[in-house]
Design a protein around this ligand. Sequence first.
Ligand SMILES: Nc1ncnc2c1ncn2[C@@H]1O[C@H](COP(=O)(O)OP(=O)(O)OP(=O)(O)O)[C@@H](O)[C@H]1O
Ligand SMILES: [Mg+2]
Length: 367
Amino acid sequence: MSKHIDVELKNIQKKFGSNVVVDDFSIQIEKGECISFLGPSGCGKTTTLNMIAGFLEPDQGELFIKGKRMNGVPSNKRELGMVFQTYSLFPHMTIFENVAYGLKLRKVPKTEIASRVSKVLELVKLPHVADRYPKQLSGGQRQRIAIARALVTEPSLLLLDEPLSNLDAKLREELRDEMKRLQQEIGVTTIFVTHDQEEALYMSSRIVVLDHGKVEQIGTPWDIYNRPASEFVHTFIGKSNKMPGVVEQAVGNKLSLRTDEGLTLIAESKSSQVKAGDNVSIYVRPEKIAIYSDNRGTLDTNRVMGTVKLTSFLGAYTECEVRVGRYAMTVRIQSGHQEAAFAQGQTVYLEWKPEDVFVFPGKGHGQ
Ligand SMILES: Nc1ncnc2c1ncn2[C@@H]1O[C@H](COP(=O)(O)OP(=O)(O)OP(=O)(O)O)[C@@H](O)[C@H]1O
Ligand SMILES: [Mg+2]
């Protein structure tokens, strides 16, 4: 069965002066997917989106939308819906007029405009605001109208550039839920730009992790989290505890490691290209560490002793900072699991499984 590819980037490159800001970017995006571009500020997310939108031309490479080559095709011929980081509603127009704008340009008959606008306002759960002006809405409501305006023309591709970043935490979450529901309901192929890793994990069928204009990894949220292609991807997505060390022995996929603190650890590597003698960066995530007040753990590997320095209750979980030699290790204890409270200064035992250890070549770039 052949896949239905909606968007394809082939070796796209963009330079500003001599500065390469998007380097050899290739991806095939299937119909109905929600793809996130995720990466730190300045990594080229907006630049790539602007090339797909037709606001910028690539210096090299090809872009296809629905099988048609788009290089040189003006933005208004690409059937896109776009939502930007800052609210881009026209202040002097009512909400109805704002949403209807794109349909008017396309000379859609008046009665059809009325019914399509009311349908899309229903969809974003704001059916009663048609007569108001943008300044009479909250920030979250305005952003929902921006989404309605992008959807009303039934675009073949929806491009969202950090549409939630101007909103407070609670509203972000609400709107994120709603956007996911909408995206799945309508099935519109969507590209979503964010530097928020949780947002990317939540929204996406696949995530593209970018760093300095380069694609570090393309994968499902699960892949990106559990099978990171690089140390950069691992440390960008979620918290992790780092220990520099060296490989003492590598037999099959089993690695015996020694940290610079002299701890002996065992790792079951997934795809590690390291060998005995290599300097490595060793990581374990806070939620993979079990913590005990006595030495009664169940594993015979990766067990270390430490001292509790700090505990922070965060509702769904408690975060414990444990001093192990020079390392300050973060341990995450899910509420209702294990022992609820550990006191500052208390001696504790930490343990984690070999398959939860990530090993990357080199001394790493810190966190
Ligand atoms: N018009 C321009 N002229 C020169 N350099 C530019 C231009 N636009 C962007 N850049 C540079 O290109 C790089 C990528 O910028 P881009 O806006 O794509 O980053 P981003 O990933 O969207 O970042 P952010 O998360 O901060 O929005 C940055 O180093 C930026 O300074
Ligand atoms: Mg940007």
